[in-house]
Design a protein around this ligand. Structure first.
Ligand code: NCD
Length: 317
C-alpha cells in the first residue's frame, strides 16, 4: 500500500483511515472543528492555500463530496478545477495516469479522486511528483476517509466522547466504503461496541470488521445504542447478485420511529446520503429531531478544509 505519511510523519495523502493513529485522527477532527460555523453565519475563509490548485477527478457520481471538496478548497484560497470524467470513457490504470500527469503539468497540487475501481487512488499516489497530494473521495467499496472523519466529527459534536458509545451500522455493510472508513475511525478512537446490523447477504466477509457483533434482527441490533448509522443499498456494486426488493427491505430493515425507540432516547440517526426514503429510512426519522444527517453534510466541508490544510499547508512554508 502507498505510504500516506511523509518521512517527517506529516500527512501527505489521505487514502484510508485504516493506518492513522488515534492522535492523527484527533488532530484532524480538532482542526475540522475550527472550521465549523452555525448555518446562517459566514463560513470561515482564509488564504492559507492561495496560489495552490486542487483538481477534482470523479469517475463516479457525487453531490455532497464533490461540492464540499470544491468549497473547502475555495474557502482556503486555492484554485479548483473539476474534471467530469464520463463513466463511458472510463479509463483504467494507464490512461488514468496520463490524465494525472497532464494535471500535474498544469501545476495541480492536490488530486481528489473518486473511482469505482479499488486501488486507483493508491496507484495515482504512487506515481505523482513528490509535491503532489492525493485525497480519496471514495474508492470502490474499500474506503471513504473524509466521510469517516465527518461521521466521527458529527458523533463527537453530539456525544462529546467516543469511549463507551454503542454504534449500530445498519444495512448494506458489505458494499459500503462508508461503513469501512467509519469502522476504522471508530476503532482507533476507542469505540468498543460497533454492531453490524443487516441481512446475511449484505454482511461483509467473516474476516472483516474484526470484533464487531453481527445482528440478524434490527430490533436486537438497535437496543440501547447511542448512534445509528444507516447505509444505502449500493445497487451499483451488486454485480450479478439480486438487489433486495425495496418494500420487503423496508419491512425487515428500514429505520422506523418504532425501531428508533429501541435505541437510547438520546440516540442520533446518521445517513451518508443519498438516501432512499421509504427503503432504508422512514421520512419521519430522516427529518426528525434525532437526525443529524444535515449536520453530516455541513461537517463535510469543515473536514475537507482540515484535510486540505493538513496535506498542503506545509507547501507554502
Ligand atoms: C456515499 C458514497 O458515495 O460512498 N455518499 C457520500 O459520499 N456521502 C454513500 C452512498 O453512495 O451510499
Amino acid at each position: 500500500m502507498t505510504e500516506q505519511l511523509r518521512p517527517d510523519g506529516s500527512l501527505r495523502h489521505l487514502l484510508t483511515l485504516e493506518t492513522l493513529s488515534r492522535a492523527q485522527l484527533e488532530r484532524l477532527l480538532d482542526r475540522a472543528q475550527t472550521f465549523v460555523r452555525p448555518l446562517g453565519e459566514r463560513p470561515p475563509r482564509t488564504q492559507a492555500l492561495a496560489g495552490l490548485t486542487v483538481a477534482n477527478l470523479f469517475t463516479e457520481p457525487s453531490t455532497r463530496t464533490r461540492v464540499s471538496f470544491e468549497l473547502a478548497a475555495k474557502r482556503l484560497g486555492a484554485e479548483v478545477v473539476n474534471l467530469e470524467v464520463q463513466l463511458s470513457s472510463r479509463v483504467k490504470g494507464e490512461s488514468m495516469l496520463d490524465t494525472v500527469y497532464t494535471l500535474q503539468s498544469l501545476h495541480v497540487d492536490a488530486l481528489v479522486i473518486r473511482d469505482a475501481e479499488a486501488g486507483v487512488p493508491g496507484l495515482v499516489a504512487g506515481h505523482v511528483a513528490p509535491h503532489v497530494s492525493v485525497l480519496s473521495a471514495g474508492e470502490a467499496h474499500v474506503s471513504h476517509p473524509t466521510q469517516g472523519l465527518l461521521d466521527t466529527l458529527t458523533i463527537y459534536q453530539r456525544k462529546q466522547r467516543f469511549a463507551g458509545l454503542a454504534v449500530a451500522i445498519v444495512g448494506d455493510v458489505r458494499h459500503s466504503r462508508v461503513a469501512r472508513s467509519a469502522w476504522h475511525a471508530l476503532r482507533a478512537l476507542g469505540v468498543a461496541d460497533v454492531r453490524l446490523v443487516g441481512p446475511a447477504a449484505l454482511m461483509p466477509a467473516a474476516n472483516e470488521f474484526e470484533g464487531c457483533a453481527r445482528f440478524r434482527s434490527i430490533g436486537r441490533g438497535l437496543e440501547g445504542v447511542d448512534v445509528i448509522m444507516m447505509l444505502r443499498i449500493q445497487k451499483e456494486r451488486f454485480g450479478d447478485a439480486d438487489v433486495p426488493d425495496g418494500e420487503k427491505y423496508f419491512a425487515a430493515w428500514g429505520l422506523t420511529p418504532e425501531r428508533l425507540a429501541l435505541a437510547r432516547p438520546d440516540a442520533i440517526v446518521m445517513h451518508p446520503q443519498p438516501m432512499n426514503r421509504g427503503i432504508e429510512i422512514a421520512s419521519e426519522v430522516a427529518d426528525g429531531a434525532q437526525s443529524v444527517i444535515r449536520d453530516q453534510v455541513r461537517n463535510g466541508v469543515a473536514v475537507r478544509m482540515a484535510v486540505l490544510a493538513e496535506v498542503l499547508g506545509a507547501r507554502r512554508a
